[in-house]
Ligand binder design. Sequence first.
Ligand SMILES: [Mn+2]
Length: 400
Amino acid sequence: MKILHTSDWHLGHVLYNYDRTAEQRDMLRQIVDLVAAERPDALLVSGDVFHNAAPSAASQQLLVEGLLGMHEVCPEMPIVLTAGNHDSAARLEATAQLWKLANVTVVGSFTRHDDHTPDYDRHIVELPGKGWVVAVPHAYPFNFPAPAEVDRNERQRHFFQAVLNRVAERNTDGLPVVLMAHLAVAGGDFTGHDNIGTIDTVPVDALGQGYDYAALGHIHRPQTIGDEGRVRYCGTPLPVSFDEQCEHSVSIVQLDGHTPPVVTSHRITNLHPLRTLPPQDPVPLDEALQLLADFDDQQPAYIRLNVATQGYVPADARSKAADATQDKACRFCVIKVTNTAPQPTTEHRQMTVAQLQQTNPLDVARSYILEKNGVAMTEEQEQMFNEALQRVNETENNRS
Ligand SMILES: [Mn+2]
């Protein structure tokens, strides 16, 4: 069985107020071309189809164009779409019956039978003579449906295993089984992820046993988890943030149900690459602005300036950067500021009133700014402070 594994399209994503429809349309066109060339047995989109739970009319139209394009070049290929944490499960599923006419299965949510037992079968897509797909949308671990006797901490694990068990019962020919899920498994490289540091991970074994390949979505960096090569994030085909500095691709996966999956990454190019100037270590603002001025006039790109400062970035830095791109094809987005001033100590200094009275007011201000803002006072600020101090002293002298 040959599958095309992709996820995290984030259709409708807006980058610093720039509309990305043209890029996203071009990305979908590249997948259509790949489907035409590869003719996979199934195309799987593992969640985060849209960037927003209420996608715009334009992004809904993009999805229709994209999926129909993929269907038209390979009508016999089933397409399976699941909802990610960015999607509205109900909204995605609203057109599920209509999509059936184009060989597209949409699984956005979980349901239960009248007797309240979970409906596992709606997650099972049989590819007759080829294999099986288990399509599981995103849910928080406690929200997986499970029989009442299952502990809430075990609901997710129980659900995956229950569906895989049902597939095993029906899979009498031992055909390959692919599990789609949208979650973060432990052991992944989450560099560049929007929510870095706050990702809740689940152990790989929570996915259960009985699948040959786990086609995961949620993490945007393509990677295979573990040594067996059976658990993989295909990554997003277009970067969603400047910190996603990896190559973007979709995965073609060959499965025979016995030997480890064989994965081939197919690079997706971006009409408007996301570029950080300079790409590695930050430089002073003037140098960064010079890099922007020297940037190829004809090259479409989104630009982030990578600036090092010991104080504040001047208020007009953004408008200078925007001006520098006026006659260029690139678009300025944002300044990433790295403060290279010595970091303040976290412990507050204990001072007696007598000590405070003996301390020069400027030194008090300096340590206050350093402690509060993490930056040293600029020369200009010190000058302003001294002027203010002088006027206060003058006023007090006049009074006495
Ligand atoms: Mn995502």
